[in-house]
Write a protein that binds this ligand. Structure first.
Ligand code: AHG
Ligand code: MN
Ligand code: MN
Length: 363
């Protein structure tokens, strides 16, 4: 690439410094944290890119056999390495009060040899990791919250903050190119990793999601477990031109939420991993604090919408660190339509005992 084309773009560092100038009192801790997160993502991107050559594929093994995380899911080697990359790149700098991750049951305490700071970092170190062995895009998701400022150990309760309180959120996607998508609460910016310079360059400013779409993403193998409003929405999409929607839809399912979120951010669409009846002990598949909230903030900041189906996901008051939730996000008009289907009286009838199986009004 000619030198002139490359120098059109600001670096992530330049972008952050220019943002900070708007807040003359800012200490720089926040920028330093974002740059450390970006470095962790670059390290993970390298690991992912080496694949089999780096001996990083496959399941993570411990002395006792295959390792399983707190979710009961088998850990991939890259899940564990990515978790370590986040910790090692961010714990030393004095910006964090503590961390929490998909791969750690309890909050991570900043070791005593390091100073403690005022932010909390919550992350999914590798999202879509079931795809890693088949060379499909994966990513890392992160959320920055304010934490206790007195240097004490962090507790689960410190992390149980609604998504509206996120100071920043973003994800990195390790696809054909590595990108970092970031919001500081003032729109969404996209940075592309220049592999020669090792720098994230600002390539996508103030991303806006189209409000309408003809693409939806859902794991259709769960359809028998869906609730009525979701069934109705998907049936209408499938009916296409001949149905009430009067247009044809396309379906996509990558099974890597970061990759779906990225497609939707770039060209619109709607993603659904709704609450369903598959496993009554789980309120959904995706995790609120390190999947739904950061992706939700990105969507809302790009003019899209993120919902539980019933209400904005960012308004949910969390009750536990690894809590799961139903999630719908993407093009605003589609997400609002799904919310409307959840609230319409027809649905209320479904749950009304008078209309239940073998009830008064059923024959
Ligand atoms: P993770 O790899 O962090 O556990 O997350 C996987 C998530 C998400 O990326 C994806 O949308 C979903 O799980 C895939 O679910 P299915 O296995 O039902 O396709
Ligand atoms: Mn995930
Ligand atoms: Mn993960």
């Amino acid at each position: 690439m000619p030198l002139s084309a490359r120098s059109q773009h600001s670096t992530l560092t330049q972008f952050l410094i220019e943002e900070r100038r708007k807040y003359p009192g800012a200490s720089g801790d926040f920028n330093a944290l974002i740059l450390d997160i970006a470095l962790a993502c670059k390290a993970i991107a390298r690991g992912v890119a080496f694949g089999e050559l780096g001996q990083v594929l496959g399941d993570h093994k411990t002395g006792d056999g295959a390792s399983v995380n707190v979710q009961g899911e088998a850990q991939k080697t890259l899940d564990v390495l990515s978790n370590q990359a986040f910790i090692r790149r961010t714990e030393w700098a004095g910006n964090l009060a503590g961390m929490a991750s998909e791969e750690m049951e309890h909050p991570y305490q900043i070791p005593t040899q390091y100073p403690r700071g005022k932010y909390l970092l919550v992350f999914d170190p590798l999202d879509g990791s079931s795809n890693i062995d088949v060379n499909v895009s994966v990513g890392s998701i992160f959320s920055v919250l304010r934490g206790p400022e007195d240097g004490r150990d962090v507790q689960e309760a410190d992390f149980l903050q609604a998504g509206t309180r996120q100071v920043a959120a973003g994800y990195a996607i390790y696809g054909p190119t590595t990108m970092l998508m970031l919001t500081l609460g003032n729109g969404v910016q996209g940075f592309t990793l220049d592999p020669n310079l090792g720098e994230f360059m600002l390539t996508h400013r103030n991303i806006q999601i189209p409000p309408d779409t003809h693409e939806f993403a859902i794991n259709a193998s769960n359809s028998r477990f869906w609730e009525a409003p979701v069934k109705r929405y998907v049936d209408e999409c499938l009916a296409g031109k001949t149905g009430t929607r009067r247009k044809d839809f396309n379906m996509r399912w990558i099974a890597s939420m970061v990759a779906e979120a990225h497609r939707i951010l770039m060209r619109g669409g709607v993603f659904m991993y709704p609450r369903d009846t598959k496993d009554p002990s789980k309120a959904g598949r995706l995790r609120l604090l390190y999947e739904a909230n950061p992706v939700g903030m990105i969507m809302e900041q790009a003019g899209g919408r993120a919902s539980t189906g019933e209400k904005p996901v960012l308004d949910v008051a969390p009750t536990s660190l690894h809590q799961r939730i139903g999630l719908v996000f993407g093009s605003r008009n589609e997400v609002e339509r799904i919310e409307r289907y959840h609230s319409e009286p027809a649905q209320a009838e479904e749950h009304n005992p008078l209309f239940a199986e073998r009830s008064l009004f059923r024959f």
